[in-house]
Design a binder for this molecule. Structure first.
Ligand code: 5GP
Length: 194
């Protein structure tokens, strides 16, 4: 997605060979217009998938997921990283190791908001080692729901998550795929300019 690539080049900060900071439009301050375009792109790609729900993870998946949900006219559920007392006992949970924070969180979704007849699009901001997506797929599986695919805003193609998930036959739609962050420079994967 050209507008996203341009924004990454213009405003992204390469923190290391593995970490990209995009807190001026996605992870802290949010660019609503770009989020709308991202939501529209996910909606276009999944408009015929019979989706009933979008599932994401707090906090940075919520903005793009909400835009897609608005356009598709379906609810958005975000997995919580901290258990709320009012949710206790009525939860699907999974453990997720965070690449950027190097800590393991238990993520949870209330059983009230995910049912066996749901057809789900999972959305997240980044795909690195695939831990967050695996946790969300685990939760969708626990509910007996169907995961139609995974929408990712920025995939770091030089990390293993995308490969591992695609090898399992899971549909992954990444709107920008970065092949390298070496020498402080963002390089996109070949062919990733649509
Ligand atoms: P994974 O679970 O695929 O290993 O990592 C994805 C999660 O880690 C995303 O939800 C995102 O919050 C965070 N993450 C991974 N890599 C980056 C990165 O380079 N920059 C930012 N801002 N977040 C990242």
């Amino acid at each position: 997605m050209k507008a996203l690539q341009d924004k990454i080049v213009q405003d992204g900060k390469v923190l290391s060979d593995t970490v990209l900071k995009v807190d001026s439009f996605l992870n802290h301050q949010i660019d609503p217009k770009l989020m709308q375009e991202i939501g529209q792109e996910f909606a276009n790609r999944y408009k015929d998938a019979g989706l009933t729900k979008i599932v994401t993870i707090e906090s940075s998946g919520i903005a793009p997921a909400t835009m897609a949900g608005l356009i598709l006219g379906i609810p958005v559920v975000f997995a919580r990283k901290r258990k709320s007392l009012t949710l206790a006992g009525n939860l699907y949970s999974s453990k997720v190791h965070s690449f950027t924070k190097n800590e393991t969180n238990e993520i949870s979704v209330s059983k009230d908001f995910l049912k066996s007849d749901d057809v789900v699009l999972i959305i997240d901001d980044f795909l690195a080692n695939g831990e967050a997506v695996k946790g969300l797929l685990d939760i969708v599986g626990q509910a007996g729901a169907t995961a139609s695919g995974v929408g990712i805003v920025i995939e770091k193609g030089f990390q293993d998550g995308g490969k591992l998930l695609r090898e399992k036959g899971i549909r992954i739609d990444s709107l920008a795929i970065i092949s390298s962050l070496e020498d402080g420079k963002v390089t996109f994967a070949e062919g990733d300019s649509a």
